[in-house]
Design a protein around this ligand. Structure first.
Ligand code: OAD
Length: 239
């Protein structure tokens, strides 16, 4: 008997990488040299104090190279493989995270709506380069040699990446699942309302209720490393 296709959009946030050892943004360890992230991750901060902004991202890039994907990343990759290999429906994994742990856990075609730590964007020529070292020492752009490389990160006040593709998927999905995000930052915080408006079922998996918890049809609270593999097993058994 053939199944009805189930189109899925997954949104992840910092909570999905917390058990790998990466700090979340709004947790107790979420401050940077006494500043809120909202004050560090802005174009104005980069203009005013580039050294501080580079220190922030250089430290995060260095930390990323020391951690590994956890059970939640692996489970989502397993679900994606099942969806692709067995033609179960459309699939989109959108992350607000700038780490590469979904990819290292086996996921492909991940949309990084807030950019990527391991990418450098040249403010002079616009080229992007894979980047795993520091940027604070003003290295030259490999394309144009100007010393205006910046982290390829969407700062507060800048337009997130891939919004057209994300909006389209939200309008056509049957199931929207939000994992490990506080729901404090738009537009991602509004995805649940868009998906619901177009008829999707919505589920939240998070350690604590997020700011938009009331918008979800169902919420499950607990660590992603435990909740996500359980939910994936459940979905693979019924869908
Ligand atoms: P936050 O730090 O705002 O929220 C992390 C969420 O993860 C919280 O709701 C926690 O309860 C939850 N959490 C913590 N540990 C968890 C665990 N083990 N399992 C499951 N959930 C857990 O991070 P985001 O919502 O991702 O933007 O933040 C959104 C954006 O704000 C980020 O992408 C970043 C930041 O400024 C940019 O860098 C542009």
């Amino acid at each position: 008997m053939s199944r009805d296709p189930l189109n899925i959009v997954i949104l992840t946030g910092a909570g999905v990488s917390a058990e790998s050892g990466l700090a979340t943004f709004r947790g107790p360890d979420g401050l940077w040299e006494g500043c809120r992230v909202e004050d560090v991750c802005t174009p104005e901060a980069l203009e005013r104090d580039p050294e501080m902004v580079h220190r922030f991202y250089d430290a995060r890039r260095a930390a990323l190279l020391t951690v590994e994907p956890n059970a939640a990343h692996h489970a989502l990759a397993r679900l994606q493989r099942a969806w692709r290999d067995e033609g179960r429906g459309e699939w989109l994994l959108v992350t607000q995270n700038v780490d590469d742990l979904h990819e290292r856990g086996g996921a492909v075609d991940v949309l990084h709506m807030h950019g990527e730590l391991l990418s450098a964007l040249c403010a002079a020529c616009g080229d992007r380069h894979r980047w795993s070292g520091p940027m604070g020492d003003d290295p030259p752009c490999p394309s144009c040699a100007s010393r205006r490389l910046r982290p390829d990160i969407v700062f507060f006040g800048e337009m997130p990446y891939h919004m057209d593709r994300i909006q389209m998927a939200l309008q056509h999905c049957d199931l929207f699942v939000s994992i490990g995000t506080s729901g404090a930052v738009y537009p991602a915080a509004g995805f649940v309302q868009t998906a619901r408006h177009y008829g999707a079922q919505t589920l939240e998996l998070n350690l604590d209720p997020s700011a938009g918890s009331i918008w979800f049809h169902a919420s499950r609270m607990g660590p992603a490393g435990r909740l996500v593999p359980l939910w994936v097993d459940e979905l693979l058994a019924v869908a």
